[in-house]
Design a binder for this molecule. Sequence first.
Ligand SMILES: *[C@@H]1O[C@H](CO)[C@@H](O)[C@H](O)[C@H]1NC(C)=O
Ligand SMILES: *[C@@H]1O[C@H](CO)[C@@H](O)[C@H](O)[C@H]1NC(C)=O
Ligand SMILES: *[C@H]1O[C@@H](CO)[C@H](O)[C@@H](O)[C@@H]1NC(C)=O
Length: 582
Amino acid sequence: MGNPKWALAPWAVLLLLQLSSASHHTRRSLETEAASPSVPASIVSPLLRTGYHFQPPMNWINDPNGPLYYKGWYHLFYQYNPKGAVWGNIIWAHSVSRDLINWIALEPAITPSIPTDKYGVWSGSTTILHDGTPAILYTGIGRPDTNYQIQNIALPKNASDPLLREWTKPDYNPIAVPVAGINATQFRDPTTAWFAGGRWRMLVGGLRPGTLRGEAILYRSRDFKHWVRAKHPLHSALTGMWECPDFYPVAKAGAERGLDTSAYGAGVAKHVLKNSLDLTRYDYYTVGTYDNTAERYVPDNPTGDVYRRLQYDYGNFYASKTFFDPVKQRRILLGWANESDSVAHDKAKGWAGIQAIPRKIWLDPSGKQLVQWPIEELEKLRGKPVNVGDKVVMPGQHFEVTGLHSYQSDVEVSFEVSSLDKAEPFDPAYINDAQKLCGMKGADVKGGVGPFGLWVLASADLAEKTAVFFRVFKDGYGGKPVVLMCSDPSKSSLTPDLYKPTFAGFVDTDISSGKISLRSLIDRSVVESFGAGGKTCILSRVYPSMALGKDAHLHVFNNGATDIKVSRLAAWEMKKPLMNGA
Ligand SMILES: *[C@@H]1O[C@H](CO)[C@@H](O)[C@H](O)[C@H]1NC(C)=O
Ligand SMILES: *[C@@H]1O[C@H](CO)[C@@H](O)[C@H](O)[C@H]1NC(C)=O
Ligand SMILES: *[C@H]1O[C@@H](CO)[C@H](O)[C@@H](O)[C@@H]1NC(C)=O
């Protein structure tokens, strides 16, 4: 197993030099976006610009595109506006990395240039072909006045170049157009293709004309050039448009090993189908069975597309994409986290959007859901730990974790609940709406077992704080206790015009032992949390006005009626990686 170590080789120095001249050009546009008086100084503070999450030196980013590993490098393309901090002028920006943590920006990979992408180059994926070269499938916009969407292909100009710097668009483009039966404005985001029975297959997200049926439209090809639409979509549901579909096999329940996208048969336990729902702006998935002869995918939970839906992340996380990493034999998930401040704020800052920390993703031992965990490479950024052990937090109490600057940190906590006797009864009316429940029962609403968890990015007087916490209910679904996980930014900032939803998800974990863990990646204006070892994940964007930099505090709190023990807490300051020259 090669663990690619970061080293600043001569070519890297060269790339960084190229990059610094590129960012010179972009810096000028920041000056044109003069801060308006309504934008508080804290919003434009560099202390709110994330430190170890992926971002370019400036401007707008959205969907991650076509992540892959090639000849020693991880590649990430992403939707990028070179001209400003709002969506528009979208191109495929391109960065490379040895470890998915330190990133070097290259020249853009794909920009509008042919009739079928002249008005936009939107999201897509990469596939490694049989000869080992990668191919990009992406959506182009072909008409100026409408969002007329067309699927295109791009190939490396020089497949010997490990950095894949230049891409060409072969003249057999386009590879799929919106014919009858396809809504031409809702037809985008081709997946990584998989190979079965002599043919490639891939999916394009869609919305059946005249209906609310979101679908994963299936295409087949023998040569990767000529693509034919299958009679039936791979799967569909009455949910509205499916953006950014993703489809992949997973190994047996509990096995952390990832599988190549074309893997099938022995060794494959299940398949996963994800879609990004344009209507709600969240990423949902089902776990199910794929039959590559009948070309059907059937979710294990027949109503899982619409009821008690599983989300990769219950917070600010969208348009995600996975890829198979052959180096460490794992599947990695990347997702876009947009801002929760206003457009005026973004223009004043000169940047908007980050990518979540890459997460390893695998099938939970229950077989019913996935588990996600920050890739191990992230741990290289950890400084010296601060440890707390065996500390009881009584009802209404809290304690501060001192000895580190927590505004850019990684915090792991193991909690032990002394008893579940006082757990509040669960109202089944909320079984499908964790977010609503958390909105009613926020971090300051006293409970029986919980709310307990972390206050992060807290000001000294606690007027500002983001709460990440659990609350346990009894008599839930199937008679089991119900565990709710929330990320509550309602008190995160005194700045007006911020979007501060109480994000929440249920945690399908057995809490009868009283044990539950929480990990939060805190990075200036992002709090990315993993409950119960990665069963439930929530990313929130927050913009404190006082709890910035060294003025940010970290506490453990308990607003329940039951003692909570912190059996172990470890917190690390996080170093700043190379981040695209910023
Ligand atoms: C292709 O890339 C390789 C490796 O970077 C390089 O040595 C070679 O000169 C390139 N070929 C062309 C035609 O640019
Ligand atoms: C295509 O989708 C858009 C957005 O939902 C809708 O307004 C339009 O009517 C649809 N067109 C057809 C032909 O169904
Ligand atoms: C991120 O921004 C918030 C606030 O403007 C919107 O409500 C979300 O819909 C948006 N999320 C995405 C994925 O676009």
